[in-house]
Write a protein that binds this ligand. Structure first.
Ligand SMILES: NC(=O)c1ccc[n+]([C@@H]2O[C@H](COP(=O)([O-])OP(=O)(O)OC[C@H]3O[C@@H](n4cnc5c(N)ncnc54)[C@H](O)[C@@H]3O)[C@@H](O)[C@H]2O)c1
Length: 463
């Protein structure tokens, strides 16, 4: 019964109707085939989805904490050009609403409607006639509920990461988007970082040859923030570390790698295996801070290995407990080149013997490659807006630029609902694998087999 309760916490209470137990152990093959067969309900009809152009995108923002406050600043350029308007603001905390109202005062002529009347007032934002896009920057437990309710009320939805953390919620998001025909995007900003875009461009230009392997991560010492009494409202993020063990924050690492490897556009994740180390660091920090979290379930370092249908491999890591410098690793291995991030280095495997020096490019050569293969999106945005550098060194602005521009022009978004759930579902699958001594767990196919159709990534379009 304990194991059944655990599985339901990972998969959701309704998704896996029969959990395959024999005596006290789980039949993995049966479990994996259920994951596949449940996802067969998906239709794949949101690939390439577009709507009528929206001249001025009317935005309702829910959640104005750390992230919501940054996101609001990314809109300066669009408010100024009347490409977007922020028409509604919602948060539990009135002071956050006042912050946003004050910020927007000089940026747009309309005064947004405000909603701060308890934890369900956001539903009134979703119901507003004049909202086109619901922007969700609340704690994780709200993302799927808000996105689904938004789509049911005719809104396009853009959620912060992760958009879901159970398999069942991923299924519900796909089902709702496919039925209501609304955009459902997880706004994964790291896909828009200039280094990642540069690599994307080099892949398209053939610099890497054929891709074989990538390594990526979210390694970020969050101990002080997790335990800060007010940084995350009511320390909401700690609950995940006391109750779950696996990769709890997959998308900053896997989003860009998924684009590198054309996942959903000619290749797909096939299975993963995941292992967590023992836990030491966060519980020590809890003790030192004299706080009261009796158990930290999440191991310090979680490492998952993913195999793709076309035979590539990916190492994805997660560590927010250990004191160490920030890294998303950003390693990409191809038959002709290798990149490693933190700090960024490039190796080119030339045809001529003299190039086979086992050495990274010199600074000078590296700069030549940086300039030659700069992503056209970066080149363009440098010219049109001084906002270009805003938000995590520019990636947050570019992400919002692409989202609003796609809606203005009525063209498919860069990140679709299938990308969003595929990057998010890695969390529950890794939790399952960790709990089963790293047994391989199959990925669902949310695209109804449409991943087999080779397409260029939307992020490479000039718009
Ligand atoms: N992409 C990035 O770089 C990035 C960076 C930081 C945070 N995030 C993501 O942003 C989200 C928010 O994180 P944060 O750091 O801003 O947390 P936070 O605690 O600072 O902010 C959350 C806000 O949501 C509000 N809220 C909670 N429940 C609500 C409800 N029912 N209705 C309305 N408002 C509600 C809270 O009052 C709070 O102001 C998380 O999903 C996090 O993973 C992403």
């Amino acid at each position: 019964m304990k194991r059944e309760r655990f599985l339901k916490s990972i998969f959701g209470t309704g998704a896996l109707l029969s959990i395959p137990f024999s005596s006290n152990s789980i039949n993995i093959d049966e479990l994996n085939s259920q994951i596949k067969s449940i996802s067969e309900k998906c239709k794949g009809n949101m690939i390439g989805f577009k709507t009528e152009p929206i001249k001025t995108v009317k935005v309702g923002l829910i959640g104005i904490g750390n992230r919501g406050k940054t996101l609001i600043q990314m809109f300066d350029y669009f408010l100024n050009n009347k490409k977007a308007e922020i028409v509604a603001l919602c948060d539990l905390d009135k002071t956050n609403i006042d912050y946003a109202l004050n910020y927007l005062k000089s940026k747009q002529s309309i005064i947004p409607k405000t909603y701060a009347n308890g934890e369900h007032d956001w539903q009134n934002v979703a119901k507003l006639e004049d909202v086109d896009l619901l922007l969700i920057a609340t704690p994780w437990e709200w993302h799927t509920k808000m996105a689904i309710f938004g789509m049911e009320n005719g809104k396009h939805v853009a959620s912060e990461v992760p958009i879901a953390y159970t398999f069942e919620d991923c299924m519900k998001l796909v089902e709702t988007a496919e039925r209501t025909k609304r955009h459902c995007i997880m706004i994964e900003n790291c896909c828009y970082n200039s280094e990642e875009l540069w690599i994307m461009n080099m892949i398209q230009e053939g610099v890497f040859g054929k891709l074989t392997h990538a390594e990526c991560a979210y390694n970020h010492d969050l101990r002080a923030l997790l335990l800060h009494e007010t940084y995350y409202k009511d320390q909401w993020r700690m609950k995940h570390h006391t109750e779950r063990n696996g990769n709890l924050y997959t998308t900053h690492g896997i989003g860009p790698v998924s684009f590198y490897m054309n996942i959903g556009r000619g290749d797909a994740f096939k299975y993963l295996t995941s292992m967590s180390s023992k836990e030491e660091n966060l519980s020590a920090a809890v003790k030192e801070a004299n706080q009261n979290f009796p158990v930290i379930k999440c191991g310090d370092v979680n490492t998952s290995l993913i195999k793709t249908e076309n035979g590539k491999s990916i190492m994805l890591q997660f560590d927010v407990h250990t004191g160490r410098p920030y890294s998303r690793i950003n390693q990409l291995v191809g038959t002709k080149a290798v990149h490693e991030g933190y700090p960024s280095r490039l190796y080119i495997d030339g045809d001529e013997l003299e190039f086979w020096g086992h050495k990274w490019l010199t600074n000078e050569d590296y700069l030549t490659f940086s300039k030659k293969y700069e992503h056209p999106m970066i080149t363009k945005l440098k010219k049109i807006s001084s906002s270009f550098k805003q938000g995590h060194g520019g990636m947050d602005f570019i992400m919002i630029y692409r989202l609003i521009s796609c809606l203005n022009q009525g063209i498919p978004l860069d990140i679709n609902v299938y990308d969003s759930v595929m990057w998010s579902v890695i969390s529950p699958l890794s939790e399952l694998s960790v709990s089963l001594d790293s047994k391989p767990i199959a990925f669902p196919d949310f695209t109804a087999g449409k991943w087999k159709e080779k397409r260029e990534s939307e992020i490479m379009r000039e718009i």
